[in-house]
Structures are given as structure tokens and as C-alpha cells.
Design a protein around this ligand. Structure first.
Ligand code: NAI
Length: 328
């Protein structure tokens, strides 16, 4: 029998946590033959609620679930961690300035990055879901100098999945027929969902759509502002779809992209496509054997260039802000 994989989830008592943990424990994160041990990290006030979720996990009698530890100590939570899903974060509250938001999240992601550095397994893979995800990942990564930088990733898979459905619906195709979509930049309203290299049922998506007005005025804003539209409709932010995207992100990272397709991940830039080295920005990537590579050589047209640059500019500003706060 295989040794269990240690999966740490922060913010385990939150709404994404509740949608996520049962899917991890059932085998959807890593595979139907991979046993898992869960480590749940919460703040002290929410440990009891996390214990309640753990009771329900027990009550599911998942054959792959080999144990659940609950703690408010990051050093314990990340001890021996192979996969870490950093979901817990400080949300922006009314009237909060960006600097305050970044500082509050720095207070979470800096110590967690250090705890990962000091305690995680050598093969640790980190996905940051908690917003601002890219910059939180940057902070955690900076606090973990002994961990290879490419192990810190930020989630743009929800944006990727949203874009796939919007595009499929526009063209009357199935989502499984959509390939090679890209989310570039920041997981924020400045993100750029790029269909110029995408294919739908074997045809170039931009040619099949052939409607730049729809692209600029409907598709891009719909994808970029979907999070706000969900809050407006549901009265709460995306949870099940965010958990689903986290499952997809890690599953793809570990198990690989299909031939002839790629995915989108927020990763440390190596300078590709003019994105300054070191920023955590979303790119098109292929994955294989637990490693990913940026898809190279794509032709970036003027329409795309302007939008990628705008999102990267925002990432640069966030990086400069956390640098001046001494968080990186
Ligand atoms: P939530 O407020 O329901 O849950 C967050 C949980 O994190 C709470 O239980 C809280 O106690 C916990 N927490 C706070 N600080 C912590 C710390 N230092 N250590 C451990 N746990 C801590 O929020 P929800 O809806 O689950 O969302 C979580 C995050 O995910 C938010 O930042 C949200 O903006 C983000 N998000 C990101 C998406 C993406 O596409 N990247 C999509 C949707 C949400």
C-alpha cells in the first residue's frame, strides 16, 4: 500500500474549505489510488468549527482518508506537508486601503511561508487561493528561501474554467472541446483571458468567434468580473467553484496536461513574454510528472499585449507595495 500524501489546508473552516475537504478526502485531488492525511490549519477561534468539519469527514468513511490533524500552529500544520492549499486569508473589508489589505495578508502569508520553509517535505507543492492570491504567493515564497521558487503557485484556474464555459456557450460547443485558453497576469479584474491561441472543436477560437466587440466588451469583462457577479447573485463569494478549481489546479500539476492542451497557473515568472522575472503571474503552462513549463513562442498581438501589460503593471505595483512594507 502507498504511503499517504500529507495535504495541508488553511482556512479549513471557511466556505471554500467546506467545499474542498470532502473532495480531497474522496481522492479527487491526487487520484483514486492515493491515500491522504489531512492537516487543517485555522485561527484559534475557528478550530472548533474545523473540528466539526473533521467529524463529518470521519462520517463519510472515505477509504483513502488516513487521518485528520487540526491545529492553529503553522509549524505543526506544515510538518511533512507534500501539498499545501493556502485558502485562509484576510478579506478586504469596507473602506480598507490596498496597503492595509496587503499588510494584513502579509501577517498571514509570511509566517506560513516560513513554516513551509522549515517544516514541509522536500517535494512540497503550494497553491495559494486566498486573495490577493498572486501577491500572497509572492510573500510566502519570499519567506521560504530553501524551497525552490517554482513550488509556489497562485490560483487562476477558476478564471480559466470560467473563460472555457463562456467561450463554449458562445460557440455552442462543449467545454471539453475548448483547448489552449490562457489567463494572463493577476487574479483580479485586470486579468486577461486570451482566446487568440485557443481552439474550439479544432478551430481557432478567435476566428470562430470573429467578433472583437464581443471579446472586448462581453467576454473579457464577464470572466474578469465573474467573482463580483457571483457575490451579487449568491450573497456570498464563489466557494464550490473555487474549491473545484483548486482541485483541478493541483490535479493537473501532479498528473499532467493532455497532449494538445495547456492550462493556466500563477507561477514565478522567468521573464517570459516580458513579465518581469520574479513576479507571480498567470501563464499558459503544460505539466508533466509534477513539473510545469511555460508554453513558449506564442505570438502576442497588440490587443493582447496591452491587456497583459496592464495586469502585469498591477502585479508590479503590488510587489512594490509589499516590498516597501518589508514583507518581501
Ligand atoms: P471564508 O471567510 O469563508 O474562510 C476563510 C477562513 O480562513 C476562515 O475560516 C478563517 O478563520 C480562516 N483564516 C483566516 N486567517 C487564517 C490564518 N492565518 N490561518 C488559517 N486560517 C485562517 O473565505 P472563503 O470564501 O473560504 O475564501 C477564502 C479565500 O479565497 C478568500 O481570500 C477569497 O478571496 C479567496 N478566493 C480566491 C479565489 C481564486 O480564484 N483565487 C476564488 C474565490 C475565493
Amino acid at each position: 500500500t502507498r504511503t499517504p500524501v500529507n495535504v495541508t489546508v488553511t482556512g479549513a473552516a471557511g466556505q471554500i474549505g467546506y467545499a474542498l475537504l470532502f473532495r480531497i478526502a474522496s481522492g479527487q485531488l491526487l487520484g483514486a489510488d492515493v491515500p491522504v492525511k489531512l492537516r487543517l490549519l485555522e485561527i484559534p477561534q475557528a478550530v472548533k468549527a474545523a473540528e466539526g468539519t473533521a467529524m463529518e469527514l470521519d462520517d463519510c468513511a472515505f477509504p483513502l482518508l488516513r487521518g485528520i490533524d487540526i491545529t492553529d500552529d503553522p509549524n505543526v500544520a506544515f510538518s511533512g506537508a507534500n501539498v499545501a492549499l493556502l485558502v485562509g486569508a484576510r478579506p478586504r473589508t469596507k473602506g480598507m486601503e490596498r496597503g492595509d489589505l496587503l499588510e494584513a495578508n502579509g501577517g498571514i502569508f509570511k509566517p506560513q511561508g516560513k513554516a513551509i520553509n522549515d517544516n514541509a517535505a522536500d517535494d512540497i507543492k503550494v497553491l495559494v487561493v486566498g486573495n490577493p492570491a498572486n501577491t500572497n504567493a509572492l510573500i510566502a515564497r519570499a519567506a521560504a528561501p530553501d524551497v525552490p521558487a517554482d513550488r509556489f503557485t497562485a490560483m487562476t484556474r477558476l478564471d480559466h474554467n470560467r473563460a472555457a464555459t463562456q467561450l463554449a456557450q458562445k460557440l455552442g460547443a462543449g467545454v471539453e472541446e475548448v483547448k489552449k485558453l490562457t489567463i494572463w497576469g493577476n487574479h483580479s479584474a485586470t486579468q486577461y483571458p486570451d482566446i487568440f491561441h485557443a481552439e474550439v472543436a479544432g478551430r481557432n477560437a478567435a476566428e470562430a468567434v470573429n467578433d472583437e466587440k464581443w471579446l472586448a466588451e462581453e467576454f473579457i469583462p464577464t470572466v474578469a468580473k465573474r467573482g463580483a457577479a457571483i457575490i451579487e447573485a449568491r450573497g456570498a463569494s464563489s466557494a464550490a467553484s473555487a474549491a473545484n478549481a483548486a482541485i483541478d489546479h493541483v490535479h493537473t500539476w501532479v498528473n499532467g496536461t493532455a497532449d494538445g492542451d495547456w492550462t493556466s497557473m500563477g507561477i514565478v515568472s522567468d521573464g517570459s513574454y516580458g513579465v518581469p522575472e520574479g513576479l507571480i503571474s498567470s501563464f499558459p503552462v503544460t505539466t508533466k510528472d509534477g513539473k510545469y513549463e511555460i508554453v513558449q513562442g506564442l505570438d502576442i498581438n497588440e490587443f493582447s499585449r496591452t491587456r497583459i501589460d496592464a495586469s502585469v503593471k498591477e502585479l508590479t505595483e503590488e510587489r512594490d507595495a509589499v516590498r516597501s512594507l518589508g514583507l518581501i
